[in-house]
Design a protein around this ligand. Structure first.
Ligand code: PRP
Length: 208
């Protein structure tokens, strides 16, 4: 039996479809319910639906054997897990964004609102820029609009949120995509099963 932490939402649904097509279907998952645990004894799989940013916590602590997490979360929290496969889906970019006419003044610390404190620190350290971080938990785009910060560091997928708030990308920091991760002990004790999933996923994604 393998347990999988799936991110709730569009990415999780897409990943579940891949699991189903490589032999890990679970009929119950197709029901429209608020249930969070779905098990198929027949196919030897259990799915947990979790908040995307929590997937790596479940996997690191062994509550789930494997999971699907964004590279952004892995870089930000550095969970002690194995990263086994880049799924090449859930693609987006970590960016610095702000008002389109924003002019940086290198004489003063740049005020940055973000959920991604560690990624932000590492990036600005790499370019030797003084910063002040304002940690927010969502709707980050509001910060430069209200003057709470000069810029933001956030995920940009379609760019719609920035555009609809009259903001734009100032710098692309790095590309992000979804990764298949595994708990280290699970990988040791369920090596064959987990490797089989990784190789079937690889094949399926190649044919996509
Ligand atoms: C993320 C991100 C941006 C938005 C980008 O927010 O923080 O706000 O998606 O997507 P787009 O480029 O396709 O518009 P999320 O939906 O996770 O909500 P949040 O406000 O809670 O961060």
């Amino acid at each position: 039996m393998i347990s999988v932490a799936l991110p709730k939402g569009r990415l999780g649904n897409k990943v579940f479809d891949i699991f189903a097509s490589v032999g890990y279907d679970c009929e119950e998952m197709r029901s429209d319910s608020r249930q969070l645990v779905f098990t198929s004894e027949k196919n030897g799989i259990s799915y947990f639906l979790v908040k995307p940013s929590d997937v790596s916590i479940y996997v690191e602590h062994g509550a789930a054997d494997i999971g699907i997490a964004g590279k952004d979360i892995l870089l930000e929290y550095e969970p002690d897990v194995y990263e086994l496969l880049d799924l090449g889906i859930g693609k987006c970019k970590m960016c610095v964004a702000g008002k389109n006419n924003f002019k940086d003044n290198p004489e003063v610390a740049l005020r940055i609102a973000t959920k991604f404190v560690n990624i932000t620190k590492a990036y600005y350290k790499s370019i030797n820029r003084d910063i002040e971080i304002i940690k927010l938990n969502g709707s980050i785009e509001l910060a430069p609009i209200l003057g709470l910060s000069d810029v933001i560091v956030d995920i940009v997928e379609t760019g719609t949120t920035l555009k609809e708030n009259n903001l734009g990308v100032l710098t692309e920091i790095m590309p992000i995509s979804a990764r298949l991760i595994a708990n280290k002990a699970s990988y040791k004790f369920k090596t064959d099963e987990i490797r089989r999933i990784v190789s079937r996923f690889g094949e399926e994604l190649k044919n996509d």
